[in-house]
Write a protein that binds this ligand. Structure first.
Ligand SMILES: [Zn+2]
Length: 353
């Protein structure tokens, strides 16, 4: 058994503190809505600055520049903060459709001496060209298995997880195909599956309904091991009943929006705040659910970075854990969540390695 990082396999005991859901490079510009009036047209090309930063508080996608992470030097500097705060491993969740860049990730991992796990898989249908969306379930399966076996895009770098897999606001043919393919890849490779559930209103058709339980149902029927499945984005707006059902199914509920406290003005969508997240985490821990909880920050926008006024990759270690401790969560419980749970999840018996 071992964990597959960009630099090879390592023992799970060596992972240390893990952020299971982050991005160093991505491109989510497919969610960009072209402005309707002429004055706003400049935001298609304008760079983020202190002069326009306020516009992103009520719509993080208002300036297109915010939808790309594409600066290797900045990514390295920002991730270094996580290492300096005591962190040592991240899972980089960018899949096909959102600008996956494993070569650049590998270089950062080497330079910083951090373990990085990359992923195989596909994001939501709206992020992908028709020739990919129209692939058969069989082709999706064999493409992912090929990456596990031979490495990603001729780099020789192998994925250590499946995901984040893009499930849109409604389960349609793409979602059915993709989840069935992922279950098949998991049966063959043992890799953990991370499922993106649309939890913020940036995709057409978003209605606020979270379909993680439907996704689990499909995965279960296809023979996936639900104890190696993570339902992502359960803390944009927290629904404890939904989270408990995910956990009852044996899967992980991932609080991965820590640090994100956005307001989407157009749809009056106000995200929960970090303090709400800590309160809910404490409640789940008190109810004995800690084995099925993961926490991360899903850094994916420029404004999630410290360089652009965000909370960065070290936010959980620097700011959130002290709050958890003050609220009465024990250090032991915190260690279970940030060290032991991800170690268990990422550890695989992979015959392709
Ligand atoms: Zn993500």
């Amino acid at each position: 058994m071992s964990v597959i990082t960009t630099s090879g396999q390592i023992k799970k005991e060596k992972l240390g503190v893990v952020l299971p859901h982050e991005h160093l490079f991505d491109d989510i510009s497919f969610t960009y809505k072209m402005p309707r009036n002429r004055e706003e047209k400049k935001y298609v090309t304008e760079k983020i600055s202190l002069k326009n930063l306020h516009l992103l508080k009520s719509n993080p996608g208002f300036i297109r520049d915010n939808l790309y992470l594409n600066d290797a030097n900045m990514a390295g500097e920002e991730l270094l903060q996580f290492k300096l705060a005591g962190g040592s491993t991240i899972v980089e969740q960018s899949t096909i459709g959102v600008g996956r860049n494993v070569k650049a990730i590998h270089d950062i991992a080497k330079k910083l001496g951090i373990n990085i796990i990359v992923s195989t898989g596909y994001y939501i249908s709206g992020s992908l060209p028709a020739e990919i969306v129209n692939l058969s379930q069989k082709d999706l399966t064999s493409n992912m298995i090929k990456e596990v076996r031979d490495g990603i895009e001729n780099t020789g770098i192998k994925p250590g997880v499946i995901g984040e897999l893009g499930v849109g606001p409604k389960i349609q043919s793409w979602e059915n195909k993709l989840l069935a393919a992922a279950a098949a890849v998991q049966k063959e490779t043992g890799l953990a599956i991370f499922v993106h559930i649309q939890a913020v209103p940036v995709i057409p058709g978003f209605c606020g309904e979270l379909n993680g339980l439907e996704a689990l149902n499909i995965l279960g029927k296809q023979g996936a091991d639900l104890e190696k499945v993570v339902i992502c984005h359960t803390d944009a707006k927290i629904n404890l009943k939904y989270i408990k059902k995910i956990i009852e199914n044996g899967a992980y509920a991932e609080f991965d929006h820590i640090g994100k406290e956005f307001y989407y003005l157009e749809t009056d969508f106000l995200m929960d705040r970090d303090i709400d997240r800590v309160t809910m985490l404490k409640e789940l821990i008190d109810e004995g659910c800690k084995k099925n909880i993961l926490i991360s920050q899903d850094v994916c926008l420029k404004t999630d970075l410290i360089s652009y006024g965000g909370t960065g990759y070290a936010h959980i270690l620097k700011d959130i854990i002290p709050i958890m401790l003050r609220k009465g969560v024990s250090q032991q419980d915190i260690n279970n969540i940030i060290i032991d749970n991800p170690a268990e999840l990422l550890d695989v018996d992979n015959k392709y390695f």
